[in-house]
Write a protein that binds this ligand. Structure first.
Ligand code: ADP
Length: 180
C-alpha cells in the first residue's frame, strides 16, 4: 500500500479485490452498453447481485465512452457503484482524453451525490488494452487535478488486482508526488 496527501485529501494505491472495498463508492470499468461483461465488471455484478443490472436497465440507455453513470451497490459493502466507460485502446491521442474524462465524470458523480470516498479499478487496462504505464499516469493526474478544487472528496483509492499493475501504479504515484 502507498498513500499520499494530495491537496486536502488522501490518494492511495493498494493491491486488492475492489468488490471487497468499504469506500462509499467503487468504480467499475463498464462498457458503453452497460451490458455487464468479464473482468472487474463481471466481478462487481456477481458481488452486488441483480439489483445493479436492474437499475442500469431501468435508468440508462447506455453510457458514452469517457462518461459514467451511478447505481446503488446492491449486496456490496460500497453503497454506490460508479460505472465508467474507458476507451478501447487505439493508440490515438483521443484515448488519453477519453480515459481522463471517464475518471473525471466519475468524480463529478461523487460530488453530486455527496460521496466522499471512492475506490477505482485500473479502467481500460484489461480487455480494452490500454498500456498500464500511460493509463496509470493519466488516472492519477486526473484525480489530483480534480482534488485541487474538490476538497469534499476525502479519499480516492486505486485498487489493483494483480501485482504487476499494482507496482506500475505505485511508481506513477511516486512520480506524481515526488515530481513537480
Ligand atoms: P477494461 O475492459 O476496461 O479493460 P477489465 O475488467 O478487462 O476492464 O480490466 C480492468 C482492470 O481490472 C484490469 O487490471 C483487471 O486485472 C482488473 N480487475 C479484474 N477483476 C478485478 C477485481 N475484482 N478488483 C479489482 N480489479 C480487477
Amino acid at each position: 500500500m502507498m498513500q499520499a496527501a494530495i491537496h486536502q485529501s488522501v490518494l492511495e494505491v493498494v493491491q486488492s479485490d475492489i468488490t471487497q472495498e468499504e469506500t462509499e463508492a467503487i468504480g467499475n470499468a463498464a462498457n458503453s452498453r452497460l451490458a455487464g461483461g468479464g473482468g472487474v465488471d463481471g466481478a462487481i455484478h456477481r458481488g452486488g447481485g441483480p439489483s445493479i443490472m436492474a437499475e442500469l436497465k431501468a435508468g440508462y440507455k447506455g453510457c458514452p465512452t469517457g462518461s459514467a453513470v451511478i447505481t446503488g451497490g446492491g449486496n456490496l459493502k460500497a453503497k454506490y457503484v460508479v460505472h465508467a466507460v474507458g476507451p478501447v485502446y487505439s493508440g490515438k491521442p483521443k484515448d488519453a482524453e477519453l480515459l481522463s474524462s471517464a475518471y473525471r465524470k466519475s468524480l463529478e458523480l461523487c460530488t453530486q451525490n455527496k460521496i466522499s470516498s471512492i475506490s477505482f479499478p485500473s479502467i481500460a487496462t484489461g480487455v480494452y488494452g490500454y498500456p498500464v504505464e500511460e493509463a496509470s499516469r493519466i488516472a492519477l493526474k486526473t484525480v489530483k487535478d480534480y482534488l485541487k478544487d474538490h476538497h469534499e472528496i476525502k479519499l480516492v483509492r486505486f485498487v489493483l488486482f494483480d501485482s504487476t499493475t499494482y507496482r506500475v501504479y505505485e511508481e506513477a504515484l511516486k512520480e506524481l508526488t515526488g515530481g513537480k
